[in-house]
Design a protein around this ligand. Sequence first.
Ligand code: RP5
Length: 173
Amino acid sequence: MSPKKQETGSAVVGIVLGSDSDLPVMEETFKVLKEFGVPCEISVISAHRSPRRAADYASNAEERGLRVIVAGAGMAAHLPGVLAAYTCLPVIGVPLQGGALNGMDALYAIVQMPPGVPVATVAVNGGRNAALLAIQMLSLGDPGLRGKLQAYRERLALDVAAKSARLQEKLQQ
Ligand code: RP5
């Protein structure tokens, strides 16, 4: 897949998939960034099958204007760690379910980085939280984005209150 861009302006978040088969989960990351109006791009890069492409992408990412990389991979998921090795930008890893170990392999591969080169790891199939964490990072220097995040959190709290009210109502019937 060639990089797919959204929004106007150049991408500030690079979403990287280990394979196009990772798209169903990683599409959620793309959608959330779009909702918040954060320009992003999507690329398929494999740490094992295309290691040179991985090194080039991460080495040039900051110069191209990216500020955060979100990398999703399954199985022996070395992609986020390899990208982190080639850039000082924050890398958020999304372990993906699949294969004989059902995502535990990817979770351990991504979260257990050696001291010195961290990868911020979200839940297995946590594409949504990866986007939100990227937004939190970007919002440190962007008051407008910070405001959108605050409004999102307020909506979450209202949803919980509505669920509680519905439950109370049901129990009283
Ligand atoms: C990983 O291997 C990819 O991230 C994907 O989750 C998994 C399987 O890849 P495909 O065989 O579907 O290309 O590198």
